[in-house]
Design a protein. Structure first.
Lengths: 942, 255
């Protein structure tokens, strides 16, 4: 009745104040506007000015208010009073907590610092936590990259000085064909969605390669439902087709890659397969103009792709010769790979043709002159508008490193990296592997470690081995078993510590890592290791300290709990020294700051480390007079100097004549400047420096000015990765440091300096006929990389997780939606509810990861569907492969980087009677925080 | 019974792009956040940490698997997954309004937004029963009917910057799959988008004349073993490494 239409207030007050900080609901680190009413958090939305998310925000970000107020928040430091794993604790004061930790940690530092293993999980302060660990002096530090996506990061950095996700992004403005491999969701979750939306709006094409068609693959114009673990083979078949047709960017390959670099061709030489270098150690090429061997960066040189050099009866040839020989081999022809990949040969040909057409027939030019590192000036920037992106689907396999390498080689052969329309780096990347630190492991009791823990090895000499040749680190990172384990192997820490192999430890110190549940392979086994006792009745791992903001499953397995704040109650810096938030056109960093004060007796973990560091007299954490150096993390962020002029934050530093950016002295008001600017700092890449960054003088000069490196660092893309060859040479018997005999053949096979494909290791350890089905996990977009699946709003989206089966397997097993199936692997079995999905590779099953919860955790009721119907595939996966009769146990990891090979898993499926709840079921934990309320009516204003 | 206006001055509504929606639920939770804190009673949650959590949402995303029919050109089409966000469509002939016994449900004359005046709502549920789309939810804590308001307290709100005067779901959508505007104005950006992309009514046979429109997914998986006329298979320059290197040498000579 229009006449009586009510009058409503369409301009109500929105909030008293907007406080701008950085989201922490996942790894994306978007800018958020926190609307405050009556001093409370009323509403969270995206910050339109922020370089990462430009105002948009995902489901996790908008649900932050439920995370911040979750009933599972820890309230005070806890000391275990029941047996480990029971969840029985008493609340203690912070002084008691820290004075419990000091007598454990101080004697260790003075005698055997390696007996502290300090591992952080979803840590966004790694440059700080690693600094603490380095000053403590233990070699045993890493974050969670080893079980996340180290293959992706490492393959990218060795090949081209950066990888996907926070290292770079497709050129969304210009790309015309976007191809994704193994992407369910990404660290860069909002930018990927924004980019896909943008390119689809202008009609660019998206091809999704993934056994599972959800999310981005669901909106892809074409879906390639590949067999898990075969992406590398598919990619090398594309390389085969492109090479055979001559559809590669010859100019780019000659000028900017090591394709023309000459390799030592003498099979008897200890340097066989290494670069021919000049007296300064520079790799050499043949100059087409003179036919002479010259360093690659000689001004005016025209590197000869087909160069060869004959000396003393030996012919030394360019990398390009090896590329042609390897990839034109019929083993990579479409027909040869089609069945294994589950992709018809014609479709592989068609895909190669489409890539070639867009890259070369639709090439783009930008009228932007630029000068390269050899001094040559180019009138235009030429673009190959094909871009690629990949994620855990290709990297979490035992062949993941080489598969990621293969993808990078493909995009480099096309000339589409760092060119318009292709893949672009985000400052401070690109940064070649040689500019990164090497790993350090030299322990001196009572003193800091000799350098940063994690880094990039360039040959056997850089491995972390003791004088006796045994692993220096508890996780056996940087050893012959996994030489290039640049992120460490967090998933091996507990099993190695329990086994005392390579040595026993005293204290396990973890931060934000749910190792007693979804972050471990072999979950039940890990719980047993954490609670196991020796002949004296003492725990095999004597002390466990854990910091978390929430009552996660891991809490129950620690002796001492240091309760962290929520992300709205804390200081943080998203630093250029760490994993920053830059975009291809801008360097950026950001902060978090307490938009509300905690209402519990909790402290930001990094502030606690400042205090604990001082109590332990760690250099870097005490002043000359022995007093505490940093009052808290905010003090550290402002006042810490990593090297002259460089601190954790690059914005608003103190210059000679006022505030400056990049290099500069400490500014006591720096955090206030960040807060006034919306919580972030951004500095735009100069126009002439936007592309060709590794070789572009304008970019290199800007990078030095910003402090990313101290002198220009131009380099060639490494199609051929020489450090891999050095490990092969060692396995062939060259050099002082020699691998153990049982690893020689494997090192020779897998550490190929040009990408190869080999079958996932599990295929060789379990019978593919007995276990014919591939089993995968994905995390849903609304929970990806989130610490918050107990969130009241998000759990209504994904409260339990069926196992999705393809139509064929449903029919073969007589299953209908809601039935239960027993799923077994060589390691274990689970019994879980199933659901049919047609848009799925016909030999693959999958489920949402980390929905399943243990009863009693996360302040959920014991009947919560997460605990009764939810489940983990982790129970089916062991950190070691099953024995294969050679008397050895091989790690279930990539043999190059040690990345956990979660996705190699093979299973068999049988229909099962419905159990009362998903199996295995575990006893309920005692909740240290009680349970949540029965109803929520969450309105902060009255 | 409540009357609908004979016409409205504008027809504000949403255009949702099913070709681009990745099913991330950002719109669902942003809506939940805004509308819990703002217009009317908060959107409550029952058993939020328990065995059967169930809350009020004004916008939900459903996912449907679609198996395209086989054709001679496409004998084995791959199954597809379509993400389908659903909220009130602000129908011109809104049966939820005409069924309301108290006049609590009404359609605004100035912009066509369908609203519930919570103080007049008796929670009888007739409107939810009448809505063919299942777009209304009775809030269990407050006992009143909740539905999409098109963020009526945002779109005119002078306390918000002008660029933020759009529904929360539109502002937050990362993929840009949600558009807001006047579908009664043929020149508006949303009307043009509907015209270009063949925007559709949801269940037009219900006769509700929904204002919101859906842009259908574009055809997918064109590859079917056929050679694309735009991209015939690549012509080899060589079959083996020696021939390839010879071609490479000749090509480099020409550069």
């Amino acid at each position: 009745m229009p006449a009586s239409q009510p009058v409503i207030d369409t301009s109500p007050k929105v909030s008293d104040e907007v406080r701008k900080t950085t989201c922490y609901m996942c790894a994306c680190r978007c800018g958020i506007n926190v609307h405050m009413k009556d001093g409370k958090v009323a509403y969270i939305e995206g910050n339109r000015d922020h370089p990462v998310n430009r105002g948009v925000l995902c489901a996790k970000g908008s649900a932050g208010i439920m995370q911040h107020n979750a009933p599972s928040r820890l309230r005070a430091p806890l000391r275990r009073v029941g047996p480990r794993g029971s969840g029985e604790f008493e609340e203690i004061s912070w002084d008691e907590a820290l004075e419990t930790a000091v007598p454990w940690l101080k004697p260790l530092r003075d005698t055997a610092p390696e007996k502290l293993a300090f591992f952080t999980g979803r840590d966004q302060s790694q440059s700080f936590t690693s600094f603490w660990a380095q000053n403590y002096g233990t070699p045993n530090y890493a974050a969670h990259g080893g079980f996340c996506s180290v293959n992706m990061a490492t393959a990218g950095i060795y090949t081209m000085g950066g990888a996907f996700w926070e290292f770079g992004a497709p050129d969304w403005e210009h790309t015309k064909l976007f191809m994704i491999f193994g992407v369910a969701e990404d660290h860069d979750s909002n930018p990927i969605k924004m980019g896909i939306g943008k390119i689809k709006a202008r009609g660019a094409k998206v091809i999704g390669v993934n056994p599972i068609r959800t999310g981005y693959n669901a909106v892809a114009d074409e879906w390639v439902g590949i067999t898990p673990g075969t992406d590398g083979l598919f990619i090398l078949a594309l390389v085969h087709e492109l090479l055979k047709a001559g559809k590669i960017d010859l100019d780019y390959l000659a000028c900017f890659t090591n394709a023309p670099v000459i390799l030592n061709g003498d099979p008897k030489s200890p340097e066989h397969g290494l670069f021919l270098r000049d007296d300064d150690g520079k790799p050499q090429v043949i100059d087409r103009k003179t036919g002479k061997l010259v360093p690659f960066d000689t001004p005016g040189v025209q590197p000869d792709l087909t160069g060869h050099f004959r000396h003393a009866g030996i012919t030394h040839r360019s990398v390009m010769h090896l590329i042609a020989e390897r990839y034109l081999d019929p083993q990579y022809a479409p027909e040869a790979v089609a069945e294994r990949c589950g992709i018809p040969a014609d479709r592989i040909r068609q895909t190669a043709a489409e890539i070639a057409r867009v890259a070369f027939d639709e090439a783009i030019e930008i009228d932007q002159p630029w000068t390269d590192f050899r001094g040559d000036t180019h009138a235009k920037m030429i673009g190959r508008p094909v871009s690629f992106h990949a994620m855990r689907g290709i990297s979490a396999h035992s062949n993941g490193f080489q598969t990621c390498r293969a993808l990078h080689v493909l995009q480099i052969l096309l000339g589409s990296v760092e060119t318009p329309g292709g893949f672009r780096f985000k400052p401070p990347y690109p940064k070649p592997a040689t500019v990164h630190p090497k790993p350090h492991c030299k322990v001196t009791p009572g003193a800091p470690l000799d350098g940063p823990h994690l880094g990039f090895v360039h040959g056997p000499d850089d491995l972390c081995l003791t004088d006796e040749g045994t692993p220096a680190r508890i996780d056996k990172a940087f050893t012959w078993e996994n030489p290039m384990s640049a992120h460490g192997l967090m998933h091996m820490v507990i099993s190695n510590a329990h086994a005392g192999d390579p040595y026993k430890i005293d204290t396990l110190f973890l931060y934000m890592a749910n190792m007693a549940w979804n972050s471990s392979m072999n979950t039940r086994g890990v719980m047993e290791m954490l609670t196991d006792t020796d002949e004296n009745g003492d725990y095999v791992i004597p002390h466990i300290i854990y910091s978390d903001a929430y009552s996660s499953e891991m809490v129950a397995y620690a002796d001492l709990i240091l309760p962290d704040t929520t992300y709205l109650e804390r200081h943080d810096c998203i630093s250029l020294l760490d994993r920053p938030i830059c975009e291809p056109d801008a360097a950026a960093d950001a902060i978090r700051w307490p938009v509300v004060e905690p209402d519990r007796d909790v402290r930001g973990f990094q502030s606690v480390l400042c205090d604990l560091g001082a109590r332990l007299d760690l250099p870097g954490f005490v002043n000359d007079d022995g007093s505490q150096k940093y009052a808290d993390y905010a003090d550290y962020i402002t006042n810490h100097i990593r090297k002259p002029g460089i601190g954790p934050l690059a914005g608003w530093r103190m210059g000679e004549s006022g505030l400056t950016h990049g290099r500069g002295e400490v500014n006591e008001g720096q955090l206030d400047s960040y807060i006034q600017n919306g919580g972030f700092f951004v500095s735009h890449v100069p126009e002439a420096a936007g592309y060709y960054k590794p070789w572009n003088s304008a970019y290199q000069d800007w990078a030095v000015e910003m402090g990313f490196y101290d002198a220009p660092q131009p380099y060639l893309f490494q199609l051929y990765v020489e450090p891999l060859r050095k490990f092969q040479l060692a396995a062939e018997g060259h050099g002082e440091r020699q691998p153990p005999d049982h690893l020689r053949e494997r090192i020779k096979t897998v550490m190929e300096p040009l990408p190869i494909w080999y079958a996932p290791f599990e295929d060789g350890h379990v019978d593919p006929a007995e276990y014919p089905v591939h089993a995968l996990t994905q995390r849903p977009m609304a929970m990806y990389h989130s610490w918050g699946s107990q969130n009241a709003w998000l759990r209504q989206l994904h409260g339990h997780n069926p196992l999705y089966l393809p139509t064929k397997l449903m029919r073969e097993n007589g299953l209908r939606d809601g039935d239960w199936a027993r799923v077994s692997s060589a390691h274990g079995a689970i019994t879980v509810p199933v659901m049919e999905m047609a848009a799925l590779n016909e030999n693959t099953v999958w489920t949402w990861n980390a929905i399943g919860k243990r009863k009693g955790a996360w302040a959920l009721e014991e009947g919560a569907p997460e605990a009764t119907k939810g489940f983990l595939l982790n129970h089916l996966i062991h950190e070691l492969l099953p024995p294969k009769g050679d008397g050895l146990r091989w790690a279930n990891s990539d043999p190059i980087t040690g990345q956990a090979a979660w996705f190699d898993l093979r299973v068999k499926i049988e229909k099962s009677a419905a159990p009362a709840e998903s199996q295995p079921a575990f006893d309920a934990l005692t909740s240290p925080v009680g349970k949540g309320p029965a109803t929520l009516t969450w309105k902060v204003s009255t | 019974m409540t009357q609908l206006p004979t016409s409205t001055e504008r027809k504000l509504g949403l255009v949702i792009d099913l070709d681009t929606c990745v099913g991330c639920h950002a719109c669902v939770i942003s809506c939940k956040g805004w509308n819990t804190e703002n217009y009317g009673a908060p959107l409550s949650d029952q058993d939020p940490y328990g065995a059967d959590p169930s809350g009020t949402f004004l916008n939900r995303v459903h996912s449907y698997e679609v198996q395209p029919l086989a054709t001679s050109a496409m004998p084995h089409p791959a199954a597809q997954l379509i993400h389908f966000p659903k909220s009130c469509l602000h129908c011109e002939d809104a049966p939820c309004v005409t069924v309301c016994p108290t006049g609590a449900s009404y359609k605004r004359v100035e912009d066509g937004i369908v609203l519930v005046n919570e103080s007049d709502c008796i929670g009888c549920g007739l409107c939810a029963w009448a809505c063919p789309y299942g777009a209304r939810e009775l809030d269990q804590a407050e006992g009143v009917m909740k539905k999409c308001t098109l963020c009526v307290d945002r779109i005119y709100n002078e306390n918000l910057p002008e660029e933020d005067r759009e529904p929360a779901c539109v502002r937050t959508c990362p993929a840009g799959a949600r558009h807001f505007g006047d579908l009664g104005d043929p020149d508006s950006a949303v009307s043009q988008l509907v015209a270009e992309r063949g925007g559709m009514d949801l269940m037009p046979e219900q006769g509700t004349k929904p204002v919101n429109k859906y842009l259908p997914p574009r055809p997918k998986d064109a590859w079917q073993g056929q050679t694309d006329v735009l991209a015939p298979y690549l012509e080899p320059v060589a079959e083996e490494p020696r021939g390839f290197l010879g071609w490479l040498d000749k090509t480099l000579e020409k550069l």
